[in-house]
Design a protein around this ligand. Structure first.
Ligand code: FPP
Length: 229
């Protein structure tokens, strides 16, 4: 695969954990745990492939209405990851950025996310972005309200800088596992020219080889950004 055909930024909608667990007669939380382990592996693999930014959709704002038991399981995973696993990420000179609204999360988790960003190496070569209590519409609305407060018309660049992803390039490719073909309120502004890749594979089964298939698909596409060749 030619190096210039590697996307700079990939977003992943990690869908299918629940169904993966159900197929094994296990609770949904078991699916999320397997999903977290797969996410950790994929982040290393993506980095080894030369990707510089990986955004994982870990919790949508809408997911917050899931049963308490499932949310407790997810929050437990976030605690474990941001207290323990994160150290390996720093050691590999990678940084964390969180996008979403921390105010809707348990306060200890909001604190861990803030700390994870603050403790990140300044000169990192790779950024793992976590979309947590994230919703694209809320993100856009928040940026619009800030723009209105500023009281002057903005350029696209100025507006982009007000999004949670300010300073991060738009995703070149968005992958969704688990068979659904929609964006579900994920990076809708930033996805204007993203290549979309949908697969039926459930997220815990989305191996490095499956990720490579997505990269091959990306490399074969012609991106014109609305222009003619
Ligand atoms: C969607 O699958 C997945 C989620 C709502 C959670 C994704 C979270 C992880 C993979 C863990 C991330 C961990 C950290 C530390 C950020 P689903 O439950 O909707 O699956 P289903 O469609 O089969 O029910």
């Amino acid at each position: 695969m030619a190096e210039n055909n590697i996307p700079l930024h990939v977003g992943i909608i990690m869908d299918g954990n629940g169904r993966w667990a159900k197929k094994r007669l296990m609770p949904r939380s078991f699916g999320h745990k397997s999903g977290m382990n797969r996410m950790i592996g994929l982040a290393e693999h993506a980095r080894a492939r030369g990707i510089k930014f990986l955004t994982v959709y870990a919790l949508s704002t809408e997911n917050l209405s899931r049963p308490e038991e499932e949310l407790d399981g997810l929050f437990g995973l976030f605690r474990k990851y941001f207290e323990t696993n994160i150290k390996k990420l720093y050691a590999d000179n990678a940084r964390v950025k969180v996008i979403g609204d921390p105010s809707g999360l348990p306060s200890d988790i909001a604190g861990l996310l803030k700390k994870a960003e603050e403790n990140s190496p300044a000169d990192a070569e790779f950024t793992l972005l976590f979309a947590i209590n994230y919703g694209s519409r809320a993100e856009i609305l928040n940026a619009v309200n800030r723009a209105v407060e500023g009281g002057k018309k903005l350029t696209e660049e100025e507006f982009s800088s007000l999004l949670y992803t300010g300073g991060i390039p738009c995703p070149d490719m968005i992958i969704r596992t688990g068979g659904e073909c929609r964006l579900s309120n994920f990076l809708m502004y930033q996805a204007a020219y993203s290549e979309l890749y949908f697969t039926d594979v459930l997220f815990p089964d989305f191996t490095d080889a499956e990720f490579d298939k997505a990269l091959e698909s990306y490399a074969s596409r012609e991106r014109r950004f609305g222009k003619i060749k």
